[in-house]
Write a protein that binds this ligand. Structure first.
Ligand SMILES: NC(=O)C1=CN([C@@H]2O[C@H](COP(=O)(O)OP(=O)(O)OC[C@H]3O[C@@H](n4cnc5c(N)ncnc54)[C@H](O)[C@@H]3O)[C@@H](O)[C@H]2O)C=CC1
Ligand SMILES: O=C([O-])CC(=O)C(=O)O
Length: 341
């Protein structure tokens, strides 16, 4: 009775979806777009987003191979309707009506490269995709995965400013993989259940700009200073560890897809009004003198609801914070300069 009343009050399209169990009256419809959906991250991320019941429409875009990925993922019997788009001419259709756009489009590192070595190719890709986002879905939250994140986020911000669509609450650099790694490595050394471990990671997303705050880890395992130093270094070099293990076949894809799906889910929960959703992310910030900084962020109906303070740091973390600022500042400025030239 209750369900049939709900079905009659919905739009005709939604009525059909409700009858087929593909929509829910209590969970809002949300369109998620993945740009770079056929890549090493894009494919497992598409799978994970297809499994997320908060997504009603999953739009997959790439410059190549999207039809196969969309057909494959589209056969999974979960809520979202899947569409695949390929090539520049279809980018607008892919983006229209988006609530959340996730960007893993771009080239990955090979051994011996830094993330900044990707700048020359990925800056242009991110710039063009940002121009399209400003045009077709200026209200959407944007989750930037493409490296170097320390520069690609400022590039997107500048492009949105030029288009008059910039809302600092809606642009996020995805640093969740640093948090995922810090939790895994910390739990591994402390005999804790990894599912219960929390470790904030602040700063940026490259080398020493990645600063895990093990002094704020919960539960506290009271590890030695030497072990904390080693865990910090391993977290900072986590991406390089995977690049070297893959020996020329790219960088982290599976763990990144997992991390990207976690962060996207947190953004969707925030949009849907779930209270107290807090994740670390690289966002416009005033908690240091740098214009962008990764820290804990409270997510809400408009994106960033609050950028949380760093909290108390150990002396080792204070040193790490001072040491990262010059590199992070230079990467931010490089992105801003590129977008405005
Ligand atoms: N934020 C983070 O923590 C992490 C970031 N990354 C970064 O993510 C990016 C992607 O990595 P992978 O998926 O391994 O690379 P990949 O090369 O396997 O896939 C990239 C995909 O992007 C597509 N693409 C290229 N130009 C495009 C455009 N203009 N529009 C749409 N799609 C386009 C390609 O066709 C390809 O399918 C890299 O920049 C990598 O460094 C990787 C791991 C972690
Ligand atoms: O290391 C890379 O190039 C990819 C990346 O950002 C990560 O795995 O954290």
């Amino acid at each position: 009775m209750f369900r049939s009343m709900i079905v009659r009050s919905a739009s005709p399209v939604k009525q059909g979806l409700l009858r087929r169990g593909l929509a829910s009256e209590s969970v809002p419809d949300r369109k998620v777009v993945i740009l770079g959906a056929a890549g090493g991250i894009g494919q497992p991320l598409s799978l994970l987003m297809k499994l997320n019941p908060l997504v009603s429409s999953l739009s997959l875009y790439d410059i190549a191979n999207t039809p196969g990925v969309a057909a494959d993922v589209g056969h999974i019997n979960t809520r979202s309707q899947v569409s695949g788009y390929m090539g520049d001419d279809n980018l607008g259709k892919a983006l229209e009506g988006a609530d959340l756009v996730i960007i893993p489009a771009g080239v990955p590192r090979k051994p011996g490269m830094t993330r900044d070595d990707l700048f020359n190719i990925n800056a242009g890709i991110v710039k063009n995709l940002s121009i399209a986002i400003a045009k077709y879905c200026p209200q959407a939250l944007v989750n930037m995965i493409s490296n170097p994140v320390n520069s690609t986020v400022p590039i997107a911000a500048e492009i949105f400013k030029k288009a008059g669509t910039y809302d600092e609450k809606k642009l996020f650099g995805v640093t969740t993989l640093d948090v995922v790694r810090a939790k895994t490595f910390y739990a591994g050394k402390s005999n804790l259940n990894v599912a219960e471990v929390n470790v904030p990671v602040v700063g940026g997303h490259a080398g020493i700009t990645i600063l895990p705050l093990f002094s704020q880890a919960s539960p506290q395992a009271n590890l030695s200073d030497d072990l904390i130093k080693a865990l910090t270094k391993r977290t900072q070099d986590g991406g390089t560890e995977v690049v070297e293990a893959k020996a020329g076949k790219g960088s982290a894809t599976l763990s990144m897809a997992y991390a990207g799906a976690l962060f996207a889910d947190a953004c969707l929960k925030g949009l849907n009004g779930v209270p107290d959703v807090v994740e670390c992310s690289f966002v416009q910030s005033t908690i240091t003198e740098l214009p962008f900084f990764a820290s804990k962020v409270r997510l809400g109906k408009n994106g960033v609801e609050e950028v949380l303070d760093l909290g108390p740091l150990s002396d080792f973390e204070k040193e790490g914070l001072e040491a990262l600022k010059a590199e992070l500042k230079a990467s931010i400025e490089k992105g801003i300069k590129f977008a405005n030239q």
